[in-house]
Design a protein around this ligand. Sequence first.
Ligand code: GDP
Ligand code: ZN
Length: 460
Amino acid sequence: DSTITEYDTIAAISTPPGEGAISIVRLSGESALETAQKVFKGKDLSQVPSHTINYGHIIDPDSQQVVDEVMVSVMRKPKTYTREDLVEINCHGGIVATNRVLQLVLGAGARMAEPGEFTKRAFLNGRIDLTQAESVMDLIRAKTDRAMQVAVDQLDGDLHHLITALRQEILEVLAQVEVNIDYPEYDTDEMTTRLLKEKAALVLGRIDELLATARSGKVLRDGLATAIVGRPNVGKSSLLNHMLREEKAIVTDVPGTTRDVLEEYVNVQGVPLKLVDTAGIRDTEDKVEKIGVQRSREAITKADLVLLVLDTSTPLTAEDLGLIQATAAKKRIVILNKQDLPDALTATALPDVPAEEVIATSMRTQQGMDALADKIVHLFMQGIDNSQSQVMVTNARQIGLLQQAKTSLQSVLAGIEAGMPIDLVQIDMTAAWDKLGEITGDAAPDELITQLFSQFCLGK
Ligand code: GDP
Ligand code: ZN
């Protein structure tokens, strides 16, 4: 393939930091095999078939000392992750030995890879488009199976194919406009205008469909910000602990997040909840009085979903009523807890709370806990088709560009309506084409690409 560009050979540790059974030092580039060979004692890597794994030892070429016992994968271009020659050294010797192997490889002539550089090369060499590169990042960060599936679909290129098809539609009509401008004597204005209008409306419709998936997509990607609120002693901590224990707690290591801001995630049947202000709930034991309504209000503001806990064994208090009011405009589930105790209030006594928002539970007997999970999933998976083929946008960059393309297409339609000359309408149509191209990277400016790939972690 003549479009493949040769780059220098890069190397990095591609497995996460920390202790593991194996770790991988990855090399990519023109002299990847040659560089690995300089520190490898075993078969002649230049002679082994492609896509084989080869046993041997990493040695310090100066002292001839054995550093680690390894398996070396050799993958020749073009069928590799980067579309370059790729070598992966599977080390067995823990962190120290792995770092040592990397040092030796760098000493043998490889350059330390920048964050995301392997994926960047896959992009630059035309193996993947920008939406696919972004989904690699999403895969790395995916918090639940469902979020993972969206990323995998995108990696397959679903979004890429859709956007490319839309651009093709626009291109056809732009070509028609060109003919019209170049050969005015044919006087095809009316036909061209009709075509412009048709195509603009068609593409606009598809963009609207895509944008409609954005909210659910974002939830899958970033987690649904969820606040557990209620006055002291109603069962908030019990609920939190249940979720962290029963529903799967998700451990995240998102690059760029500071460690002191503790974010707790739970996976409720595939919906990742990002629990807001759990510190406030944990504190309750000590400083019951202080927390109160003020802190709850802050948590409510930040939340996409509020779980409002009430204690059915005691009559409603002014504080309960205040919280019911404060959460009225939110996506909300009102949890009537302590059903195992004698009932001091009934659902019918709740002012202005629709019955479908209410659920009865007991943290003690676990009554209603599965129904609660179902309700959460139902609230937020509405509109998400479970079939795996649905294309979804999950990414702020993509959403922003779709919105810009949409605005341009709306100008096309408005321009036609106002009887503007075709060559002016054409400018907006071309802008839409450009914006869609930026999504896939076919028209992305260089800085954007650089910025995008720098968000990756090292070794990816
Ligand atoms: P928080 O102050 O809202 O976080 O409430 P906690 O979760 O700390 O619970 C306060 C007290 O109520 C604790 O003694 C819990 O064991 C108890 N509790 C919580 N949920 C239930 C329940 O469903 N039934 C009963 N009987 N007690 C509960
Ligand atoms: Zn459960």
